[in-house]
Design a protein around this ligand. Structure first.
Ligand SMILES: Nc1ncnc2c1ncn2[C@@H]1O[C@H](COP(=O)(O)OP(=O)(O)OP(=O)(O)O)[C@@H](O)[C@H]1O
Ligand SMILES: O=P(O)(O)OC[C@H]1O[C@](O)(CO)[C@@H](O)[C@@H]1O
Ligand SMILES: [Mg+2]
Length: 554
């Protein structure tokens, strides 16, 4: 039986809101349970098949209520609730946006929480010494801290028409509306005394290049703030309940070289205890800063933990760091591990190309990961220049029939002599028998589209009496287990440091990501309301099609 716990926050707390969300006029749906706009409610179910979390302001609720049908990089969609004839609609939209992206803060539940001058010095001077009279730098002195009012622009393209490629419009006229999110980085005031901090790091979900880099950077940055009690929770959320698993003491010495190998020093897992048990355990261990590295499921868990701490009035900062090779977290440029996965996929693609090219009528098929989206397949295709057909879940296709993939393969064999196909894990699931299989976290386990494509290709060429030498490569776990490349290494470093800055600044229930090359904090529900998908109307997908030269397969 799925275990479901619902937490309800009464609207009478509005003067002292739970710091789950920026505004009480939000609605959260998680695992199918919905709270009305007058209450702040959260449900946690650790064995459901898919996460669902929506955080939307009531004033524009229906604007954001539906997931964009074509796919999206953000959370906007149906705009029917906004009265665009109202001359103030833009101001209202911006106010709502500001509410949605407001960062939950310890002072939301502890209004009297006292701050102190930061023990972290951006320029390596100690701000508590005579460098700054009164301990705080004056605004006019350069000090290297982030001002709480600093913002990053979320959208940078002005679309003059809703028909422009990839256009994300708010109103029918596609008017420009600024959308600002909070800039990440160290603040001059901190809300935790380093000597009173016990920080924990946990890594959940599947493996991803860069996990060790982030762990390392979090530990190093915590030590710079002056924290001495730092532990790792072994094997994901399971480490909070399994009595056989003991916490791992962490220090700069322990983590110094861990980024030199892939995997996670702490181990990962799917499934595990419910949020109540996790928070009991946090309390028992005296943990008041929790860094959670994982994908959308992990973040849904992190937000539930934050919410439960809020409900129990525990001063705990819960900070997420989005980890996924799939790159399916909303609003950010990319997640760490994605770049490395794309790079590593090149080896498989190149091998498939060499095999196909060296054989008489050779066909190479490569399957790449992506639970919901085809980002790895699309980017790996673009990077390699060796792919003739890229198949992703966001773009329907037929294998059979005159316009199907197989007919086109025949054409390629006749005209080029060989062909290479890249297929994303989730692609074409409609062509396969449905499955009810789930993993320990409740995620659907898909049928193997790679094996199916290989089998159907062999069958097809046999049936039409044309020789074809089909080779299939599934490098999926190989591209996840490797060490982060240089670009991901940098991303991990920045994210790890910013996670710690966010915790000391007193935020909780937030995550950190890169946004138009800058770094920002986001309230967790905003980035996990649905998985980010490849937009078939985007320039990137069109570039991919230009590169492969493939037609539509429908
Ligand atoms: N909706 C949810 N609420 C609370 N916890 C969740 C939820 N969904 C998943 N979790 C927990 O988060 C952890 C990781 O979830 P999951 O296995 O889905 O991986 P993920 O974080 O999405 O990463 P990946 O990208 O590797 O799939 C699991 O321990 C799971 O129990
Ligand atoms: O690690 P598992 O349970 O095999 O899960 C595989 C899934 O994890 C991911 O690698 C994401 O981490 C997906 O690309 C893939 O669908
Ligand atoms: Mg997931």
């Amino acid at each position: 039986m799925p275990q479901t716990t619902t937490f309800v926050f009464d609207s009478s707390l509005s003067a002292n809101p739970c710091f789950l969300m920026g505004s009480m006029s939000h609605m959260i749906t998680l695992h199918g349970l919905t709270a009305s706009s007058t209450r702040c409610s959260y449900a946690f179910n650790d064995s459901n098949s898919r996460f669902k979390a929506l955080a939307v302001p009531t004033r524009v609720a229906s604007v954001f209520a539906k997931v964009k049908s074509k796919s999206s990089t953000s959370s906007e969609s149906n705009n029917s609730a906004i009265d665009f004839s109202d001359p103030d609609w833009k101001t209202k939209f911006k106010d709502d946006f500001e509410d949605r992206f407001r960062l939950p803060h310890v002072t939301d539940i502890f209004p009297d929480a006292v701050s102190m001058p930061s023990t972290f010095s951006p320029n390596m001077r100690n701000p508590t010494t005579s460098d700054f009279p009164g301990n705080y730098p004056l605004d006019e002195d350069w000090h290297g801290y982030i001002n709480d009012n600093d913002r990053v622009l979320l959208k940078t393209i002005y679309y003059s028409s809703p028909t422009s490629a990839g256009a994300e419009c708010i109103d029918p006229g596609c008017n420009w509306v600024e959308q600002w999110v909070h800039r990440a980085g160290p603040r001059e005031k901190i809300y935790f005394h380093p000597e009173e901090v016990k920080a924990a790091i946990v890594t959940c979900g599947g493996l991803c290049p860069g996990l060790n880099d982030v762990i390392r950077q979090i530990v190093i940055t915590l030590e710079i703030y002056g924290v001495t009690k730092i532990v790792g929770i072994p094997f994901g959320y399971r480490g909070f309940s399994d009595k056989e698993l003991t916490e791992v003491p962490l220090s700069r010495k322990v983590v110094q070289n861990i980024h030199l190998s892939g995997g996670s020093l702490l181990g990962v897992s799917r499934g595990g205890p419910g949020v109540s048990e996790i928070v009991d355990n946090l309390k028992e261990r005296g943990i008041n800063m929790l860094f959670v590295l994982g994908g959308n499921g992990t973040h849904a868990g992190a937000n539930a933990i934050h919410n439960e701490c809020c409900k129990r009035r525990l001063k705990v900062s819960v900070i997420g760091v989005p980890k996924t090779i799939d790159n399916d977290i909303l609003l950010m440029d990319k997640t760490f591990g994605f770049d490395t996965a794309v790079e590593e996929a090149q080896r498989a693609i190149n091998s498939a190309y060499i095999e196909a090219h060296s054989a008489y009528h050779g066909i190479g098929i490569v399957k790449l990961m992506g639970r919901d989206s085809g980002f790895i397949a699309m980017h790996a295709t673009l990077a390699s220049g060796q792919i003739d057909i890229c198949l992703i879940p966001e773009v329907p296709f037929n294998l059979h029939g005159p316009r199907g993939v197989l007919s086109y393969l025949k054409y390629l064999i006749e005209t080029k002599g060989s062909a290479v196909v890249c297929v994303a894990e989730r692609a074409g699931q409609n062509l396969l028998q449905k499955t009810n299989a789930t993993d320990n976290s409740g995620n659907t386990v898909f049928r193997d589209i790679g094996v199916y494509t290989q089998q159907e290709t062999k069958k097809y060429f046999k049936e039409i009496g044309v020789h074809a030498d089909v080779k299939y490569i599934d490098p999926t776990y190989m591209i996840r287990a490797c060490r982060a490349n240089a670009s991901d290494g940098i991303l991990c470093t920045v994210l790890g440091q910013n996670a710690v800055h966010g915790a000391f600044a007193g935020f909780s229930g937030i995550t950190v990501g890169s946004c138009n090359t800058h770094y920002a904090y986001f309230p967790i529900p905003e980035v996990i309301s649905h998985p980010k998908l490849v937009d078939p109307n985007s320039r990137m997908w069109h570039r991919c099609l230009t590169s492969t030269g493939q037609p539509d397969f429908i």
